[in-house]
Design a protein around this ligand. Structure first.
Ligand SMILES: *Cc1c(COP(=O)(O)O)cnc(C)c1O
Length: 407
């Protein structure tokens, strides 16, 4: 039995060789990119020191922001443990850029679930409460942009913000490649020069050799407990982009007089630097792991999204089970092979913000980190498990081995 399983694993890895080689090539390019920025910006052990109180002249904070700006192709950045998560960072961006009467146009359909209250909440200081207008254009069924409709609306409404989400969230669409954004961004800028293009970059960092900022996005934003934290950053978010946009966002990140002059973190910044340094490799590990699991499930006849033949554009993968038992078993198995709380059995449960019961596995070192191997599934047809991350490919391979025993 054991021999048969290791034989299947070996054959599966053989099948994935071209994909793995492509991923390793990307990781190498991104590793050099990160390393170059560290050297050019003179990262030293002094940058790891924490500060207290106001945090004036916090070298660790300021250098980290410069490194992020350089790595992610922007002019300026906000990188901070004071941004509590990706949702907070995205919300900070939107409040910084949008004033009453202004328009936000989402061109990738409805944004991620946790942003809905920011956009539409009633009586909770949402953007709608403040008189910001929201418009939305969905993607085509094949996950491409509805270009004609986008250009028509940009021309007509001159939206102050055009918003995109690179990853797919809890939908079945494909994640977007920065390479596919280039033409659309150029045309939007031609039609409306003053528009600020914002990309929710969560789960997309270092998946390819370029980021949306490299093809004309004005602002990208994401979470430090996903890709760019490399599994080491303990919390936080980042915002990178054009100087003018970042300055406007900084007035909401702190306040109009303080902007980026304040913000201390006594624990120090080593893990943020070390995590960013590790990130290109860690993202590659996660991508390879997701392809291995995807291939095994696909070979067993399950539908996997994105299909294993597709080049992944984010680190999220999902398996469609069509029944509750198989979904629950899959998520529980992720927990069972976790280094933290591996003895705990997760059950489907009501969660705040969700309409259906959800089962989640997150045996992570950093609470809720999803660059670490993690998985969740809403208990509703067609019973899909969404999984992502993996600090080491070998960890996900242990999971793959278990799958071959179970399914
Ligand atoms: C995770 C995620 C967010 C929100 O980030 P949190 O850190 O969970 O608040 C936003 N958008 C996308 C696409 C995400 O994957």
């Amino acid at each position: 039995m054991d021999e048969k399983i290791s034989e299947i694993l070996k054959e599966t890895e053989e099948k994935l060789k071209p994909q793995f080689e492509r991923i390793e090539k990307i990781a190498f390019i991104n590793q050099k990119k990160v390393l170059d920025a560290f050297i050019e910006l003179k990262v030293s052990s002094q940058c790891f020191n924490g500060t207290t109180g106001y945090g004036y002249d916090d070298v660790g904070r300021d250098t980290l922001a410069k490194v992020y700006a350089k790595v992610f192709g922007g002019e300026k950045a906000i990188v901070s443990p004071l941004l509590t998560c990706g949702t907070h960072a995205i919300t900070t961006v939107l409040y910084g850029l949008l004033k009453p009467g202004m328009t936000m146009l989402s061109i990738t359909g409805l944004p991620y679930d946790t942003i809905h209250e920011t956009l539409f909440g009633k009586g909770n200081s949402s953007l709608e409460d403040y008189g910001v207008k929201y418009r939305q254009i969905d993607l085509n069924d094949d996950s491409t942009f509805k270009c004609d409709e986008i250009y028509k609306q940009v021309k007509k409404y001159k939206p102050e913000v055009v918003y995109l989400q690179r990853s797919r969230g809890y939908s079945s669409r494909k994640a977007l490649s920065p390479f596919d954004m280039k033409e659309v961004f150029e045309k939007i800028k031609q039609l409306s020069k003053a528009t600020t293009i914002v990309v929710d970059n969560c789960y997309g960092e270092f998946v390819d050799t370029i980021e949306p900022t490299d093809v004309g996005a004005d602002v990208i934003v994401g979470s430090l407990i996903k890709n760019p934290g490399g599994g080491l950053a303990p919390t936080g978010g980042y915002i990178v982009g054009k100087e003018d946009a970042i300055d406007r966002i900084a007035t909401r990140y702190t306040n109009p007089s303080l902007k980026l002059e304040v913000g201390s973190y006594e624990m120090g910044y080593r893990l943020f630097y070390q995590g960013l340094f590790m990130s290109p490799h860690t993202v590659a590990q996660a991508l390879k792991g997701s392809l291995l699991v995807g291939q095994i499930m696909e070979d067993k006849g399950y539908k996997v999204i994105p299909s294993n033949d597709d080049i992944p554009q984010d680190i999220v993968k999902s398996v469609v089970f069509n029944n509750e038992d198989d979904l629950v078993k899959f998520v529980q198995t992720v927990q069972k092979i976790s280094p933290v709380d591996g003895y705990v059995l997760p059950m489907p449960w009501d969660m705040p913000g969700y309409t259906d019961k959800v089962i989640m596995a997150a045996g992570t070192f950093v609470g809720g980190s999803s660059i670490e191997f993690s998985c969740d599934g809403p208990i509703r047809p067609p019973y899909i498990a969404y999984f992502q991350g993996g600090l080491t490919y070998e960890h996900v391979k242990v999971f793959a081995e278990k799958l071959l025993e179970i399914y």
